[in-house]
Design a protein around this ligand. Structure first.
Ligand code: GLA
Length: 391
C-alpha cells in the first residue's frame, strides 16, 4: 500500500469519513550555495520526489485535530491556544506539532480567514537528514489552510510565511531556501534563487545526469545551536568588515578581492566562516552559465570545492559525510559530490552520469558500509513540483 492510501485509511478509521483533500509537499536537495541564503547569496536547490502528504477536511469543531502517523501521536490546537504553544486541553504541543501550529500562527498574523481542520499526515522525507522535512510539513499545511480558507497566496509569500513560522514560532533561525524550494519547485528543473531580491528562475537539469542523494543515516543533535552560531559568526564578520567597507549590508556585498585584502583583520574563527560564504557565493554565481553550457565537469568541480569548504572552513561536516563524499568522488561517472543542507550529519548530493547511476549507487552503498559499518539509503531523485493539492 502506498503512503497516500495508508493516510486515507488511517483518516477514515480515525474520523469516520473520507478526507476531502490531499496535499503533497516535497523536501529539497541543494546543489550549490550552502549556508549562503541567510547571507543574501544565491542557492540552487530542487524540490525532490520525497514528500510530506496530508489528508484533510474542514471541521465544525472549535479546534484543529492533527494525527502525525510518523510519530503515532495526535494533537489539537485552536486560535486561542496557539500563542501559548498548547493544545486545546492546555497540555503543551508536542514538538512535531509546532510546525503546523507555527504556520497557523503566521497566517493569523496576516489576518487571513482560517478554518479548523481534521488532518492526518506522514512523510517519506527522512527527518533531520538535510532534505528539509520541516519545510515540507510547513508548506503542506500552508496549502491545507489556503484550500480551506478560500484565499490564494503567491508561492513565494507562502515560503516567507513558513520561514517566519520556523524563525519566530519554532525558534530555528533558518534562511529562506528550504521553504522556497518546497513551495516553488518545478518538475525536472533546478531553481536558482537570489536570496537578496528573491527573484528566481528555473534551470533545466543537464542532459544525461542523475542527481543521487545518499543518506549517511547519521543524525547529529544540537544542530540548531551550531547553525545559529554560524549565523552569528557571519553577522559578526559583516560588523567588522563594515569598518573598512561601510556600504556593505551582508557578506553578499563583499568582493573576494576585498575580502582577501581585509581577511587579516578578522579573528581566525570568524575569517574561516566568512571566507566560506564569500567564496561559495562566488561559486554559485558561476552555476547558471556552467549549467547552460552543459559543463557538468566544472559544475561538479564547484560542488567538490563546496564540500571541502564546508568541511574545513565552515566546519559543518562530520566523518561519515566526509567518508560518503570521498568514496563518491572516487567512483566512475561522478562529476561532483558534497554534503547538502545544514550539515552535521544527514545526506550528500551527487551529480552522476545517468548511465552510471545504478553502478554508482551500488558501489557507494557498499563502500560506505564497508568503511563505517552503517547501511546508507541511496535515492536516485527526480526534481518535482512544489507543494500542491492532489485532490
Ligand atoms: C538549513 C536551513 C537553510 C539553509 C541551509 C544551509 O537547511 O534551513 O535555510 O541555511 O541549512 O544552506
Amino acid at each position: 500500500m502506498n503512503l497516500i492510501e495508508q493516510l486515507v485509511n488511517i483518516y477514515r478509521e480515525k474520523f469516520g469519513y473520507t478526507p476531502a483533500h490531499l496535499v503533497r509537499s516535497p523536501g529539497r536537495v541543494n546543489l550549490l550555495g550552502e549556508h549562503v541564503d541567510y547571507n543574501n547569496g544565491f542557492v540552487l536547490p530542487a524540490a525532490i520526489d520525497l514528500a510530506t502528504y496530508a489528508a484533510f477536511s474542514p471541521t465544525n469543531a472549535r479546534h484543529s485535530t492533527l494525527v502525525a502517523v510518523d510519530f503515532d501521536q495526535q494533537a489539537s490546537f485552536s486560535a486561542e491556544s496557539i500563542s501559548t504553544r498548547t493544545q486545546a486541553d492546555s497540555s503543551p504541543l508536542p514538538e512535531w506539532a509546532l510546525y503546523p501550529a507555527g504556520v497557523m500562527w503566521s497566517l493569523m498574523q496576516e489576518n487571513l480567514p482560517l478554518i479548523y481542520m481534521n488532518a492526518v499526515f506522514a512523510s517519506d522525507v527522512p527527518r533531520g537528514s538535510g532534505l528539509s522535512s520541516s519545510a515540507s510539513v510547513e508548506m503542506a499545511f500552508m496549502i491545507a489552510w489556503q484550500t480551506l480558507g478560500g484565499w490564494t497566496l503567491p508561492s513565494m509569500q507562502r515560503a516567507l510565511l513558513g520561514q517566519k513560522a520556523e524563525n519566530k514560532y519554532v525558534g530555528v533561525n533558518c534562511g529562506i531556501m528550504d521553504q522556497f524550494a518546497s513551495a516553488c519547485g518545478v518538475e525536472n528543473k533546478l531553481l536558482l534563487l537570489d536570496c537578496r531580491s528573491l527573484e528566481w528562475k528555473t534551470i533545466p537539469l543537464p542532459k544525461n545526469i542523475s542527481i543521487i542523494i545518499a543518506d549517511t543515516t547519521v543524525r547529529r543533535k544540537l544542530t540548531s545551536g551550531e547553525y545559529n552560531k554560524r549565523r552569528s559568526a557571519c553577522e559578526e564578520a559583516v560588523r567588522l568588515l563594515q569598518q573598512e567597507l561601510p556600504s556593505i549590508n551582508s557578506l553578499r556585498d563583499v568582493r573576494v578581492e576585498d575580502f582577501n585584502r581585509l581577511a587579516k583583520k578578522l579573528p581566525r574563527g570568524i575569517e574561516k566562516r566568512a571566507r566560506h560564504v564569500v567564496e561559495e557565493i562566488g561559486r554559485s554565481n558561476q552555476a547558471e552559465a556552467l549549467l547552460e553550457a552543459g559543463d557538468v565537469h566544472n559544475f561538479g568541480r564547484l560542488m567538490n570545492e563546496c564540500h571541502a569548504s564546508l568541511r574545513d572552513l565552515y566546519e559543518v561536516s562530520c566523518p561519515e559525510l566526509n567518508t560518503m563524499v570521498n568514496i563518491a568522488q572516487s567512483l566512475e561517472g561522478c562529476y561532483g559530490a558534497r554534503l547538502t543542507g545544514a550539515g552535521f550529519g544527514g545526506c550528500t548530493v551527487n551529480l552522476v552520469a545517468k548511465e552510471q547511476a545504478g553502478d554508482f549507487s551500488r558501489a557507494l552503498a557498499k563502500g560506505y558500509e564497508t568503511e563505517t559499518g552503517l547501511c546508507p539509503n541511496i535515492y536516485i531523485t527526480r526534481a518535482s513540483n512544489g507543494a500542491e493539492l492532489i485532490r
